[in-house]
Design a binder for this molecule. Sequence first.
Ligand code: ADP
Length: 478
Amino acid sequence: MPRPLSVLFLAAEADPFIKVGGLGDVASALPRALRALSPDLDIRLVIPRHPMLNLDGHELAPVAEYALSRGGGYVMARVFETRFEGLPVYLIDGAPISTATSVYSSDMSVDGEKYAFFSLAALDLPRHLRWSPQVLHANDWHTAAAVYALSLRRDDSEFSWTKSVLCVHNLPFMGGGAGPSLSAYGIHSAAHSGLPDWARHFPLPMGLAAADAIVAVSPAYALEMLTPEYGCGLQDFLRARADVVSGILNGIDNKQFDPSTDSALTVSYNADSLHARGANKLALQTALGLPTDPQVPLLGMITRMDPQKGVDIAIAGLRLAADLPWQAVLLGTGIQYLEEEAAALQGDFPERVRAVARYDDALSRQIYAGADVLLMPSRYEPCGLAQMIAMRYGCVPLVRETGGLGDTVRPYTDLLNGTGFLFIEPSPQALVNALGEALALYRNRERWQALQLNGMAQDFSWARSAHAYESLYRKLAV
Ligand code: ADP
């Protein structure tokens, strides 16, 4: 019988209550996968009660109300409990949360105040629940201050056995600007921590200095964080802590992303009926107003329009590769100049390109199920979900070999196990070279199908990630 294990899991967002990005998927799926893995694992999720939460069908029960000292006064925290598929979820409310108009703001004084309050209120919660977690699992800068504050409370009886895990989903976002709010709550800069001076009052580095374990969301990103290219100025500090740094790949929800049940598709299919996939390609070409040609390779991109994702590299690469036969659909919103570059590409290649500047879940699934290749030329990619979803749908990924992309896509040159195409240089020409290889192989139907089937056979389930997190928790909670 495994020993009981208790985990307090903190995140800024969690699907289905609120999802802005990949963190919302992780914070919803991972705790549920951990619960499914082991009935002895008492894991509880805590998120802010953002005003824009989706609470359809969820009853909220008030469970605690307490004050946090701030400056010379107090800020009240009110906590509500609900359940999501059996998972206990606590929602923390208070003035810094209820007055915010979005989950993340570009104004760091707003987010700094909100997430300093949330982190510290979440750390106080177990006492009010008369519960003493063995592991505090925080995610990204928003909740990293809880890890640091925990390290200051080692003498409190309720935290004497609590170990901390800080999961890094995106290192460049460190919460700079939150320092004054943390100080107001009595959490001052992390002196004597080995951190560079500039980072001592940023929540993420403070948490990284204090965490018992640091987890990056892929093994490759865990190593990359230790290098000047990806370490964002923290590489030397992180190298000194390398013994507590590891990488655990995120998963995807295999039920939510399943081409044999996905209602957004024209035709459902699985690995045994891959031929049926062609109908989805024709439907996609028709819906987008592209020539309906089953032979022409259809390239897809589904992404935030952000330089991180190498959208500019893809657009410049497609222009360079104008002589090759392809069609492309770029689905994504974000930074305006990238949306404009995508629209300009469509303007210059109206018979071949569609740029769709919106968030559209159904269309994204139709692209996964209808496109032949998914382009993902990211400059950095801590894990990346889109390439895993693509493989599950038989859409072959063409990716830059960085972070989780390198961990999940195996090169086509591996005849037995290959799942896609990789390139290293973050340049349009390097992408075009890989695209040339992909389009050449595309003509070999047998080899292409083998790539698709290898991708569809990969296990990217959350159960696999949950096993790795459970072992880490158990190793810490000795
Ligand atoms: P990120 O860094 O944005 O989290 P990921 O690849 O990890 O990148 O996850 C992105 C997720 O968001 C994928 O599930 C992808 O399908 C989805 N997505 C991104 N942009 C769009 C869009 N415009 N419409 C629909 N889904 C999108």
